[in-house]
Design a protein around this ligand. Structure first.
Ligand code: MSP
Length: 503
């Protein structure tokens, strides 16, 4: 069986990782980890986009070569993702030879099948966005509609992909598969875009203007357009060469889920599927387009000078607090504004609800049961547990991560209320209530165990620690929950899981 294959975009290696990149990657990582928690075999790809004009200019600015800069930045991205506990299986770089070979193979195939033709292009080009614009789009001021930078006028021989001819097929695919693009609002934007005639796509740049890219195999004086090059990295990254344990023939294309930001949805839901159709390759099964992190209503981006460094945040608050805030505070698919106040509120929620539940439960088990609960104890709140699990799974399947987290926190709140209602301290004073005390503590222990499973994808470090303190050998999965629970040993008290003095 092919594993569940999911991808992040590959990030431009011309700049440092920022909070936007971190969000896309943490979101994808959470979905990957959740998949593993449900027993799915998951393959998770991320990487760096290393060709193109922007890369060349960044290297020139730093007085280095594009390849040297790419080597350094790819290491930087990898390190950032390791620091943020990203469980990627493979890191693809577009300068990898295997990728260059794949792109050239595809281009030859498209050229031979007459999916590509040459023509003169005249129009506007934005170096920053690496894309052409029409006169209408750039307007009288000649500014890029996306990044608002001045565009330049170019007139050059170019190779074009017959994208327009796939318009009907793409539309019919989107119409037949209502969940192909998530959320619906973004799907509607794509449908709106496809209301107008779809033009062919320029897929080359003359080397005299840009020589940092993959050479077209049928015309050595051109390089491949960086977006076409980059999109195919998902296919390169899906095949694992022989060095992998999975064997030489292993290939997990098509992707089951491609996570992207809304700014790159057109490239992923129009350019990409039509290129795949022309290459006779299957389309990804689903595309999730998330929103932007804003700073005072403007998109956070390097060029705006308002970015937040995720690694600096991690240094200050720890990886899990950063992961939690980003996923908890942004409704998956919408925009959200990054503020320290919101960060604090979300962190305090962790400390007051989950941290408090954990420390109360563990200290009561330590105090009243010398750290060990009798094994086959009855538990309460069975319906609540079932309901939580059901809703959590449903939200995760719908890729509404923030709602799933909400459901988990609700259960923690209910468990805190249950403590107040049961008053285990009173039960402990009455020998006739031993059974009732055991049931109460076992219920709390069971709920906390379930919460380690549900919240592990977002907070792998803290939930591993919580599982250890609960006397579990490991964080259970949804499949071995009862087995791991039945093997629990002594609970361990400790300092608060979410100390408030870090804020
Ligand atoms: N290299 C292309 C992608 C090629 S994929 C074949 C690219 N790279 S990028 O470095 O700009 O990173 C893009 C990702 O970062 C997108 O998912 C984008 O939405 C995300 N973010 C960048 N800034 C962002 C915010 N302020 N907020 C949330 N995510 C945003 O595009």
């Amino acid at each position: 069986m092919k594993p569940y294959y999911l991808t992040t975009p590959i990030y431009y290696a011309s700049g440092e990782p920022h909070i936007g990149h971190a969000y896309t990657t943490i979101l994808t990582d959470t979905l990957a980890r959740y998949g593993r928690q449900t027993g799915t075999d998951v393959t998770f790809l991320t990487g760096t986009d290393e060709h193109g004009q922007k890369m060349k200019e960044a290297a020139a600015d730093k007085k280095t070569s594009p390849k040297e800069l790419a080597d350094k930045m790819a290491e930087g991205f990898k390190k950032a993702w390791i620091d943020l506990d990203i469980s990627f299986d493979r890191f693809i770089r577009t300068t990898d030879q295997a990728h260059v070979d794949l792109v050239q193979d595809i281009l030859i195939r498209l050229w031979e099948n007459k999916e590509i033709y040459s023509d003169i292009y005249s129009g506007w080009y934005c170096i920053h966005e690496e894309r052409y614009w029409t006169s209408r789009e750039v307007g009288g001021q000649q500014l890029c509609p996306d990044c608002k930078r001045p565009v330049e006028y170019v007139e050059e021989t170019n190779y074009f992909f017959r994208m327009g001819k796939y318009q009907e097929r793409l539309l019919s695919h989107i119409n037949k598969n209502p969940n192909w693009i998530i959320p619906k609002t973004r799907r509607n934007e794509v449908l709106g875009f496809l209301n107008k005639p779809l033009e062919d796509l320029s897929i080359s740049r003359p080397k005299k203007r840009l020589d940092w890219g993959i050479t077209l195999p049928f015309d050595e004086s051109h390089v491949c357009y960086v977006w076409v090059d980059a999109l195919f990295s998902y296919v390169t990254g899906s095949s694992f060469p022989s060095e992998s344990t999975k064997g030489p023939e292993y290939n997990c294309w098509p992707a089951d889920l491609q996570v992207v930001g809304k700014d790159i949805l057109t490239t992923h839901s129009v350019y990409w599927p039509t290129l795949l159709m022309a290459s006779n390759l299957p389309l990804p099964k689903k595309i999730l387009a998330h929103g932007w992190w804003l700073s005072e209503d403007a998109k956070m981006s390097k060029s705006m000078g308002n970015v937040i460094d995720p690694l600096q945040l991690k240094e200050q608050f720890g990886t899990d607090a950063v992961r939690w805030y980003l996923l908890r505070d942004m409704p998956t698919g919408s925009d959200a504004t990054f503020t320290k106040e919101r960060f604090n509120t979300r962190y305090e929620e962790l400390a007051n609800v989950l941290g408090n539940l954990a420390s109360r439960t563990i200290s009561m088990i330590a105090k009243y049961k010398l750290g060990v609960l009798p094994s086959k104890t009855e538990t309460d709140l069975k319906e609540e547990l079932k309901e939580t699990l059901h809703k959590f799974k449903q939200h995760m399947e719908e890729l509404q991560v923030h709602s799933a987290l909400d459901v988990a926190m609700d259960l923690a709140r209910k468990a805190n209320a249950y403590i107040d209602q049961k008053e285990p301290w009173a039960l402990a004073r009455d020998t006739a209530q031993v059974q009732s005390l055991d049931t109460t503590l076992a219920t709390l222990h069971r709920i906390l165990t379930l919460l380690t499973i549900l919240l592990f994808p977002v907070m792998p470090e803290k939930m591993s620690e919580l599982a250890r303190r609960l006397g579990l050998s490991t964080v259970p999965t949804l499949n071995n929950f009862d087995v791991i629970l039945s093997e629990r040993s002594k609970v361990e008290e400790g300092s608060p899981l979410f100390p408030k003095d870090i804020l």
